[in-house]
Write a protein that binds this ligand. Structure first.
Ligand code: CAA
Length: 261
């Protein structure tokens, strides 16, 4: 599937690769691209064979350099509210996707681009990645969830520093503060993403989905509520063919052949 500003491919069975494709604007997110993202995420959500989604940016310079400043410059407050809500829907759709989503950050991930990466389940960064929330340089705060997800991922004090000073982080510092899970050479980024997606695709699909949901639901509530959710997810797994197959395969000392049912 190929829209004007987005490419959705399936480089391997079960692995979806979404590329924001506006390299001339360093893949900045305008309203048209947000629409295309929503459509593409609905396609992935509806694909029963999907096992993992990789998200990246076209070209070698940027993952996504932010929301489109040229488009936002003349916004009224009402238009800004609608644009922020539009972006928030994209970020929520990424989180709600049943399969794990990994951001492959290949350059600038600034403003809305950092927020897009933060809404993915985790981030693998190329050595040339640069992260930041530079919105205050433009006289605005973040608008696609940056103040919320950044604080939840790197903690209150670091998030406050980053959103109020607009300081940018290179990949090594992003790794040190837990913003990214790993850093690889730029030339190895795609293959590393595929390798991780492949390892997820080999697991029990229902179990992967239940585990992702439990982590997200749990973080939105207190420990007791999260643990109760996990118990429900655990019990539900015992109604799947994958649980039977996974445990039988272990006991028979062979590799499991999961059906996703
Ligand atoms: N929106 C629109 N266009 C953008 C863009 C953005 N966020 N970022 C880059 N571009 C465009 C530039 O305007 C330029 O276009 P032209 O060639 O037509 O002039 C092209 O991409 C290349 O960019 P530069 O010439 O600026 O490249 P550089 O190497 O000198 O600098 C950069 C790279 C440091 C990333 C710089 O482009 C930059 O600072 N971009 C803006 C980053 C930013 O402020 N992002 C936050 C946006 S606000 C936001 O995202 C709000 C929100 O939370 C929802």
């Amino acid at each position: 599937m190929s829209d004007q500003n987005l490419l959705l491919e399936q480089p391997e069975p079960g692995v979806c690769l979404l590329t924001v494709n506006r390299p001339k604007a360093l893949n900045a997110l305008n309203a048209a691209t947000l629409d295309e993202l929503l459509n593409a995420l609905a396609t992935v959500a509806g694909d029963a064979a999907a096992r993992a989604l990789l998200v990246t940016g076209a070209g070698e310079r940027a993952f996504v350099a932010g929301a489109d400043i040229a488009e936002m410059a003349g916004f009224t407050a009402a238009q800004a509210q609608a644009f922020s809500e539009h972006g928030m829907r994209v970020m929520s759709a990424l989180e709600a996707l049943p399969v794990p989503v990994i951001a492959l950050v290949n350059g600038y991930a600034l403003g809305g681009g950092c927020e897009l990466a933060l809404a993915c389940d985790w981030i693998i960064a190329a050595e040339n990645a640069v992260f930041g929330q530079p919105e205050v340089n433009l006289g605005i705060p973040p608008g696609f969830g940056g103040t919320q997800r950044l604080a939840r991922i790197v903690g209150r004090a670091r998030a406050l520093e980053l959103v109020t000073t607009a300081r940018q982080l290179r990949a090594a510092e992003a790794l040190a503060i837990g913003l990214v899970n790993e850093v690889v050479p730029a030339a190895a980024l795609r293959e590393r993403g595929l390798e991780v997606a492949r390892s997820i695709a080999a697991k029990g699909p229902q179990a992967v989905r239940l585990a992702k949901q439990a982590v997200h639901r749990g973080l939105d509530q207190d420990l007791a509520g999260g643990c109760a959710y996990e118990t429900a997810a655990f019990a539900l797994a015992f109604a799947t063919a994958d649980q039977r197959e996974g445990m039988r395969a272990f006991l028979e000392k062979r590799a499991a052949k999961f059906s996703g049912r």
